[in-house]
Design a protein around this ligand. Structure first.
Ligand code: HAM
Length: 383
C-alpha cells in the first residue's frame, strides 16, 4: 500500500497463529473475541495456539521480542493478511477475512493520532472510493477513569433496570458499556440520559483529545464526536475512532482503531504509548464505488475456438504476458463459454485465434477487426 510506504510505514508480517495467551491477555478476557470467537487448538506439544483474530497484540509482541524500542521512535508499521474470528457468517462478516492495518509505537503525541486517522481516511476514501463514509471519534481516557466511570454507569443502569430487557440487564456487571450498543429502543432511550465517559476524562486526557480534534479540523477531516463509541477490544485508552459506510448493511464498520498506551507494557515490554487501526479489505471492496474505467480494466482475453490452435494461442499469450494483463481461455471449449469467461474476468478486449490470424473484439461495443499476426496484436496494445 504505497500511501503508507510514502508516509514512512514499514511492512511487518507476523505469524498466522500465536500463543493463545497473547490474545487472552492482550485483547481482554471479557471481550467477545476472546470469549467466543477464537479458533483455538492444541499443537502436538500440548501448547494452546490461536489463529490470530486481530493484529495489534501480535505486532506488540514482535515489537518487544525484536527490541524495536531501541530503534528511533516512533516505529511506524503496516500489515496486510488473513485474520480469523468464529462469528456467525453474514454479508460482510466472514470467519476468515483480510485486514490492512497500521501500528505506530513509541509516541503519545496527538499529531500521531491525527496522522493515523488521516491515513485511514486516505486509504478508504481517496484510494478505494468507499461510498457514504462516516468517521466517529471519541476518547476513552485511562483504564482508571474507565473503571470509575464503569462503576458510575453500573449504578445508573441498576437504577433504571426495570426499563431494560433481560440481555442488557445481564451484562450490567460484566460490561455496562455494551448497553450503548443495544438495538433495543427502550435501552436506547435510557442511554440518552446516561453519564458519558467524555465528561469524566482527566484534564490531560481531555486536553489530548481536544488537540486531536483541533488537528483533524486543521486537516479538514470531517468527524462526529460519539461519546457512545464502543470498540470491541479491551486495550484501548484515549483516542478511539471508527469509519462506517452506510452503503454496507448491518456490518457497517470498514475500519477502526485507537490508542493502546498500556498494551506493550502489559505484554512484558517497556512503557510504550501506541496507536493504530485495521480496515476490513472485503468490506472496503463491498462498499467501494465502481468507477466506469475500473469496470473494464480486466485482462486481454485470448479465445481459442479449436484445439489445434493451442500453439498459436500460446505464442500470443507468451508475447503479451508481462506487457498487459492477459488470460487464455480453454482451447476447444465452446465460444459461448469462452465469451462468458471473458466477460466474467472483466475483459475489455478479446483476441479470437482464427485459422489464419486473429480477430480483436471490443467487448463493450461488440465491434471486431482482423489482425494478421501476433506482432500486430502486441502492437495494438502498445499504443
Ligand atoms: P476491529 O474493529 O475488530 O479492530 O477490526 C477492524 C476491521 O476488520 C473492522 O472494521 C472490519 O472492517 C474488519 N472485520 C472485523 N471482523 C470481521 C469479520 N468477521 N469479517 C470481515 N471483516 C471483519 C481490530 O482488529 C484492531 N486490531 C484494530 C486496531 C489496530 N486497533 C489498534 N490498532
Amino acid at each position: 500500500m504505497s500511501v503508507l510506504e510514502l508516509a514512512g510505514y514499514r511492512y511487518i508480517e507476523t505469524p498466522v497463529f500465536e500463543d493463545t495467551e497473547l490474545f487472552t491477555r492482550g485483547v481482554g478476557e471479557s471481550t467477545d473475541i476472546v470469549q467466543k470467537e477464537m479458533f483455538t487448538f492444541e499443537d502436538m506439544g500440548g501448547r494452546s495456539l490461536t489463529l490470530r483474530p486481530e493484529g495489534t497484540a501480535p505486532v506488540c509482541r514482535a515489537y518487544i521480542e525484536h527490541g524495536m524500542h531501541k530503534r528511533p521512535q516512533p516505529v511506524r508499521l503496516w500489515y496486510w493478511g488473513p485474520f480469523f474470528r468464529h462469528e456467525a457468517p453474514q454479508a460482510g462478516r466472514f470467519r476468515q477475512f483480510t485486514q490492512l492495518g497500521t501500528e505506530v509505537l513509541g509516541s503519545d503525541d496527538p499529531a500521531i493520532d491525527a496522522e493515523v486517522i488521516a491515513l485511514l481516511r486516505d486509504v478508504l476514501f481517496d484510494q478505494s472510493d468507499v461510498r457514504e463514509l462516516r468517521l466517529r471519534i471519541s476518547s476513552l481516557g485511562t483504564a482508571e477513569t474507565r473503571r470509575e466511570y464503569a462503576e458510575e454507569l453500573k449504578g445508573f443502569l441498576r437504577k433504571r433496570a426495570d426499563e431494560l430487557p433481560p440481555d442488557v440487564q445481564a451484562r450490567i456487571d460484566a460490561n455496562p458499556l455494551r448497553a450503548f450498543d443495544s438495538a433495543d429502543p427502550g435501552t436506547q432511550s435510557v442511554m440518552t440520559d446516561a453519564p458519558t465517559l467524555l465528561d469524566r476524562l482527566d484534564p490531560e486526557d481531555a486536553e489530548h483529545f481536544a488537540e486531536v480534534r483541533a488537528l483533524l479540523d486543521e486537516g479538514g477531516i470531517e468527524y462526529e464526536v460519539d461519546p457512545a463509541l464502543v470498540r470491541g477490544l479491551d486495550y484501548y485508552t484515549r483516542t478511539v475512532f471508527e469509519f462506517t459506510s452506510d452503503a454496507l448493511g448491518a456490518q457497517s464498520g470498514v475500519g477502526g482503531g485507537g490508542r493502546y498506551d498500556r498494551l506493550v507494557e502489559q505484554l512484558g515490554g517497556p512503557p510504550t504509548p501506541a496507536i493504530g487501526w485495521a480496515a476490513g479489505v472485503e468490506r472496503i471492496l463491498l462498499a467501494a464505488g465502481s468507477a466506469p474505467d475500473r469496470e473494464r480494466a480486466g485482462p486481454v482475453f485470448i479465445a481459442v475456438p479449436k484445439d489445434e490452435r493451442r500453439r498459436q494461442a500460446f505464442r500470443l499469450w507468451y508475447e503479451l504476458q508481462g506487457a498487459v494483463p492477459v488470460l487464455m481461455g480453454e482451447p476447444g471449449r465452446s465460444m459461448k463459454g469462452q465469451m462468458k469467461q471473458a466477460d466474467r474476468a472483466g475483459a475489455r478486449w478479446t483476441v479470437i485465434v482464427e485459422e489464419d490470424g486473429f480477430e480483436l473484439k471490443d467487448m463493450e461495443s461488440g465491434e471486431q477487426r482482423p489482425l494478421t499476426s501476433a506482432d500486430e496484436v502486441v502492437r495494438a496494445f502498445q499504443q
